[in-house]
Design a protein around this ligand. Structure first.
Ligand SMILES: Nc1nc2c(ncn2[C@@H]2O[C@H](COP(=O)(O)OP(=O)(O)OP(=O)(O)O)[C@@H](O)[C@H]2O)c(=O)[nH]1
Ligand SMILES: [Mg+2]
Length: 216
């Protein structure tokens, strides 16, 4: 029965920013959207829902953490978003020993739903279950509630599996997938998990931001 997590606001939040931003050509966290850096925008959005401070999963030489606690990957070689998830699990075991789960959000999706953690948490029915977001028929596992109990399995898998396909890891566990509706705007329905990978995506995101501001 769902309801394993009694207070979603108690789940420690981790912001994933340990990627290479290769398609953007410059660190995505510091690009401006609506005059504000993505890093600050996303940290504020997830931070407003959670009681514990947001931790930043990023490289050790990160230029400006904006006051967030920096948690670099526990594995080397940039093994992808799940390396960030593993890092968050390991960190939470030390910093938040009572937490059964952690929540991750990527630094590049500025319109994610405000009720994200509440809805993911509601779906968790047991200590070892994962919950991930989905929209418009696509899964978004970087938006996930992850049980710290599976850290060892994730570490073993990350170090052994060459392809490191997120769906292959998810197949090893019980996963609750929660669907979020498109957001109605005056131009077109917006995927709440629209993410910014390229300079063109950033231009599109400005258009979406303006459209949202016109939405009653
Ligand atoms: N900790 C960590 N996070 C990662 C890693 N690779 C990607 N991410 C994060 O996962 C999220 C989704 O990744 P992508 O959209 O591919 O971003 P990216 O890898 O920085 O960009 P590209 O180089 O263009 O693929 C982003 O928030 C990234 O910062 C990694 O090796 N370690
Ligand atoms: Mg990438």
């Amino acid at each position: 029965m769902p309801g394993f997590i009694t207070d979603p606001a108690d789940v420690p939040p981790y912001l994933l920013a340990g990627g290479r931003s290769s398609r953007m050509g410059t660190n995505k966290a510091f690009v401006l959207l609506g005059g504000e850096r993505l890093l600050r925008r996303i940290a504020a959005r997830i931070g407003q829902q959670q009681k514990m401070p947001v931790a930043l999963n990023a490289d050790t030489d990160w230029p400006d953490t904006i006051g967030l606690r920096l948690v670099p990957d526990v594995t080397s070689g940039k093994l992808g978003p799940l390396a960030g998830v593993l890092t968050a699990m390991r960190d939470a075991m030390v910093k938040h020993p009572h937490a059964s789960h952690i929540v991750t959000v990527p630094v590049d999706s500025p319109f994610f739903p405000i009720d994200l953690v509440a809805r993911l948490a509601q779906a968790i029915a047991g200590r070892d279950e994962i919950a991930i977001a989905a929209s418009l028929g696509r899964d978004h596992p970087v938006f996930g509630l992850w049980p710290v109990t599976i850290a060892d399995d994730l570490e073993t898998w990350l170090l052994k599996d060459d392809k490191r396909r997120v769906r292959d890891f998810l197949a090893r566990h019980t996963v609750r997938t929660i669907d979020f509706a498109a957001i109605q705007t005056p131009i077109w329905p917006l995927d709440p998990f629209f993410n910014i990978n390229t300079p063109d995506d950033l231009i599109a995101a400005e258009t979406w931001l303006a459209a949202l501001e016109q939405t009653p």
